[in-house]
Design a protein around this ligand. Structure first.
Ligand code: CP
Ligand code: NVA
Length: 302
């Protein structure tokens, strides 16, 4: 594995190895064992969008592994003034040992990998959020003991989270049901990938998607970069595409609820459901750290 660009280009075996390594690193972290496996290395973190979890978990993870992380806001980089990503990639490859990038177009992440000569990690694009979904799979596996055969349900916008959950869920043997409003479907490339899987369903009715679910995911109605569409989206999603008690009543008993955060209580999830599943949701947030350490060790360890 050279890069983490998307789960579409990550094999089921690579995903399973990343999850196993994340488990091991989490155990070591909890028991005060530190191996400094990336001693002396530097990760550059390019952010063209806001972040709490991604920035802090990568920076802390890199520090725990014996390296350091540089926060590079696109506002301050020459990228913000139009320097091409192709040139940025070749320059940063001369200084750094790896790059994490959060941006809009997936093509930018792919161009960094194409023109650079160091590992590139996708920290969220409009297309996908692979680091988040590795943490999500890790969390579900911790709670349920396995992933194979479980039913994963996603309610809401067919966005970056939906795309990565469909691919990650199916590649780890889960059944995946998605409920999105018409016009807000997951990416075509993802639907083409999912089509041959018997366990995949794309539906309009959240209740149908949530039936017998073992874990229900949701995400915001308007993602970063879609602020201007927020009012229009609210009209489409409101009152229907929400994780609430009624939806959970048709799921399996012990059904988990996951949210990548930040959450909008009263929109995609009710406050009571959020709070009654807070332990699982904040375990999920914590697992960003362990999953990403596994990604960095896999891609960067010498
Ligand atoms: N879930 C997630 O990626 O959070 P941030 O936007 O805070 O990084
Ligand atoms: N879909 C959301 C996820 C945030 C972590 C967004 O892209 O803004």
């Amino acid at each position: 594995m050279k890069h983490l660009l998307s789960l579409l280009t990550t094999t089921p075996q690579e995903i399973s190895e990343l999850l196993n390594l994340a488990d091991q690193l989490k155990y070591e972290n909890k028991n005060g064992i530190s191996h400094k496996r990336l001693k002396g290395q530097t990760l550059g973190m390019i952010f063209q969008k806001s972040s709490t979890r991604t920035r802090v978990s990568f920076e802390t993870g890199m520090y725990q592994l014996g390296g350091q992380a540089l926060f590079l806001s696109s506002r301050d980089l020459q990228i913000g003034r139009g320097e091409p990503i192709e040139d940025t990639a070749r320059v940063l490859s001369r200084y750094l040992d790896g790059i994490m990038i959060r941006t809009f177009a997936q093509s930018e992440v792919e161009n960094l990998a194409k023109y650079g000569s160091i590992p590139i990690i996708n920290g969220l694009t409009d297309f996908c959020h692979p680091c988040q979904v590795l943490a999500d799979l890790l969390t579900v596996r911790e709670y349920k003991g396995h992933l194979d055969g479980l039913k994963l349900c996603y309610i809401g916008d067919g966005n970056n989270m939906a795309n990565s959950l469909i691919v990650g869920g199916l590649k780890t043997g889960m059944r995946v049901s998605v409920a999105c409003p018409e016009g807000y479907d997951p990416d075509k490339q993802v639907l083409t990938f999912a089509k041959p899987y018997q366990g995949f369903r794309l539906l309009r009715d959240p209740m149908e998607a949530a039936a017998d679910a073992d874990v229900i995911f949701t995400d915001v109605w308007a993602s970063m970069g879609q602020e201007e569409e927020a009012a229009e989206r609210r009209k489409v999603f409101e009152g229907v595409y929400q994780v609430n008690k009624k939806l959970l009543s048709v799921a399996n008993s012990g059904c988990m609820v996951q949210h990548c955060l930040p959450a909008h209580r009263g929109e995609e999830i009710t406050a009571d459901v959020f709070e009654s599943h807070a332990q699982e949701i904040f375990d999920e947030a914590e697992n960003r750290l362990h999953a990403q350490k596994a990604v960095m060790v896999t891609l960067m360890e010498r």
